[in-house]
Write a protein that binds this ligand. Sequence first.
Ligand code: NAD
Ligand code: TYD
Length: 339
Amino acid sequence: MKILVTGGAGFIGSNFIFYMRRKHPEYELICLDKLTYAGNMETLASVMDGPSFKFIRGDIADREAVYGIFEAEKPDVVVNFAAESHVDRSIENPAVFLETNVMGTQALLDACRKYGVQRYHQVSTDEVYGDLPLDRPDLFFTEQTPLHTSSPYSASKAAADLLCNAYQRTYGLPITISRCSNNYGPYQFPEKLIPLMIANALADKPLPVYGEGLNVRDWLYVEDHCAAIDLILEKGKVGQVYNIGGHNEMRNIDIVKRILSLLDKPESLITYVTDRKGHDMRYAIDPSFIHRELGWLPETRFEDGIQKTVRWYLENRDWWENIISGEYQSYYERMYGKR
Ligand code: NAD
Ligand code: TYD
């Protein structure tokens, strides 16, 4: 089995590569990644020289390059993690989100049609469903919830999902789609809530909480997401969407306070800043379909996962300190300087 993993130098893609290496050492893995600001070769150091692994630097939206890779490698399966993934950056500059998330997905789908694959799996997000009100805790996103996006990021991901469905119905392409809730764990880029708060707390810098910190996200440890995708590849039904989440809804402010207490830092570091434009209030996945159909259940409780994650950032300071010393500085200044 030869799997083309796009975006494998990013957070979830790299964790997926590590997971698949352990679980299916016999599989051949090819990572295609453009190495944008979010991609990091250092993350892949432990697998780089290993057997049955190949790294190719390239852009999924570069159709010619993508066709060349399919021609040369003939992957059996494609798992598309490659994306621009940060909502705040999509508000600043939507164009690159359309280029990578929509046109990039289309180039991959066309390559799959041209060269043939056993499966194309699209890694999507619960953000395509929009948000839920805080005062309706009985509501959850199911696979039947209509798409109703809020940010340029989620709109681009929804467009890609619709293209996947269209290619399945029109051309019979064997696609599956997963829509997962917020992930956390090792190797997450420190622009996202959890690693950003850990990094700032360790530097005794203010922790910028948007609005009142009452927005709710449904957090899943990254390895549980990887296990779900592996199951979908093995047993998932072509044309099917699978929601992935672990019923772990938490308010942002409670996450931030938990991080501070784990690091033994004072809550006085919390700073309430101007809210994100169009900020989604609550995400909450109903994961009963993937549980019923494929037997998937999350294994990591939030309390264990957040402790493991904080420990990882403490033990791997080089990894994220390198990142925040570069382009990230000017991003941080633009995003938080006048907030
Ligand atoms: P990330 O930003 O950490 O990594 C994205 C990776 O894609 C990087 O390595 C980057 O270099 C690469 N990339 C970007 N543009 C590319 C292009 N044009 N061609 C090739 N490679 C390119 O993102 P992540 O958090 O690991 O998310 C991975 C996927 O999972 C995304 O599709 C995202 O929408 C989805 N997702 C993320 C979450 C989450 O909580 N992070 C939750 C649900 C779904
Ligand atoms: P984020 O990690 O960007 O994921 P997403 O917006 O895709 O869910 O943000 C998670 C939540 O944390 C979201 O409600 C926005 C909030 N947030 C802050 O309050 N401060 C921050 O500095 C960041 C990055 C996020």
